[in-house]
Ligand binder design. Structure first.
Ligand code: TRP
Length: 341
């Protein structure tokens, strides 16, 4: 049910993606589908986080700059509508960087080092003692993003919960300094599927691990990925009973198939014996092909008109800039830095 006719002010939602690669099926089930739904009932902003993308790619900026329009095309291809959702570019909104500067005075280095997501990313990326300052402080920049748009609902995967917590700490500190509620606290909206496994089932689908089915993947690539999917290694003959747990084909059927009753029926047949991996993979492949074909085609259409993508991003960024400047002004006032006002 859409309630766009209601006159009450809609709640504000912010989500974002690092512009470090094309978006994939993990993004699709984890957040993109949800954004397409939410845009009708909420005031939604989606941020192409190019600055955050740079925090671990400072020496390889092309990885970020070359993916900005890819991400915008991915958004449009799945059905995020620029008329309903403000699509904007982080680096085009100076207030976000300025707010980061102000907030950074309220957050200790030790607090950043304790952030569980930053901690695990730091060890995974093996920075050693050379953690870029920007990387360590990206939770502050993310707090700037969230507060700048006065967003109260943040659709995220579990790994982003520590960012929400840090954001709310900053909000409380700032409001205390201002002696006024100039910033608003936010809460997470957890997605149903927050970790889609890769085809081998060993890790989550991730651009950095190179195990993705992208929204742009060709029919052949999708077919190859499904055929290589990890199932139950002990399910050797079709008649044998098979395991559902850890069976990537069923995890995907749960995530993507529209008919859950049918999927449950398949699970039953697989568990008692009599349903082969070839058959389940065929069903999954058909399902993924039918979801991704129209998305891939729309994506190609959008990518063929880069000027249009840039116009959409520019218009969204201008709107976002106006909004965020208002919050920046209040924050500057809170610190007494409003001599020219
Ligand atoms: N950290 C998010 C990610 O890695 C991207 C992001 C940047 C974001 N700013 C945000 C998400 C603000 C939600 C709100 O995907």
């Amino acid at each position: 049910m859409h309630n766009s006719q209601k006159t009450i002010k809609k709640e504000k939602i912010l989500t974002g993606d690092r512009a470090t690669g094309q978006l994939h099926l993990g993004h699709f089930v984890g957040s993109l589908q949800q954004r397409v739904e939410l845009q009708h009932d909420y005031e939604q902003t989606v941020l192409v986080a190019d600055l955050q993308g740079l925090t671990d790619n400072g020496h390889n900026p092309h990885k970020v700059s070359s993916n900005i329009l890819n991400v915008v095309a991915d958004y449009l291809a799945v059905g995020i509508e620029p008329e309903k959702t403000t699509i904007c570019l982080q680096s085009a909104i100076p207030a976000l960087s300025e707010l980061t500067m102000y907030y950074s005075n309220l957050v200790s280095v030790a607090r950043l080092q304790r952030n569980p997501t930053v901690k695990s990313e730091v060890s995974a990326k093996s920075f050693g003692r050379s953690i870029p300052t920007g990387f360590l402080t990206y939770p502050i920049s993310q707090a700037a993003d969230i507060t700048a748009f006065r967003a109260t609902l943040i659709p995220v995967g579990e790994d982003q919960l520590p960012m929400i917590e840090q954001t709310n700490e900053i909000v409380r500190k700032l409001n205390h300094i201002a002696q006024d509620d100039i910033l608003v606290e936010c809460r997470p909206l957890l997605s149903k599927v927050s970790r889609l496994p890769s085809a081998d089932g060993k890790s989550k689908m991730s651009k950095s691990l190179g195990n993705c089915i992208f929204l742009s993947s060709s029919e052949k690539e999708i077919s190859k990925a499904v055929k290589s999917m990890y199932t139950d290694p002990n399910h050797l003959n079709i008649e044998d009973p098979g395991q559902i747990n850890g069976n990537v084909v069923f995890t995907y059927l749960d995530a993507f198939h529209s008919d859950s009753v049918y999927v449950d029926e398949l699970k039953g047949r697989y568990q008692t014996g009599g349903l082969g991996d070839g058959a389940t993979k065929k069903i999954l492949e058909e399902c993924l092909q039918s979801i991704l074909k129209p998305i891939r085609e729309r994506r190609e259409m959008f990518m063929s008109d880069k000027a249009q993508l840039i116009d959409i991003l520019r218009a969204g960024s201008q709107k976002a800039e106006e909004e965020s400047n208002q919050v920046l002004n209040r924050v500057k006032c809170a610190f007494g830095l409003n001599l020219f006002n």
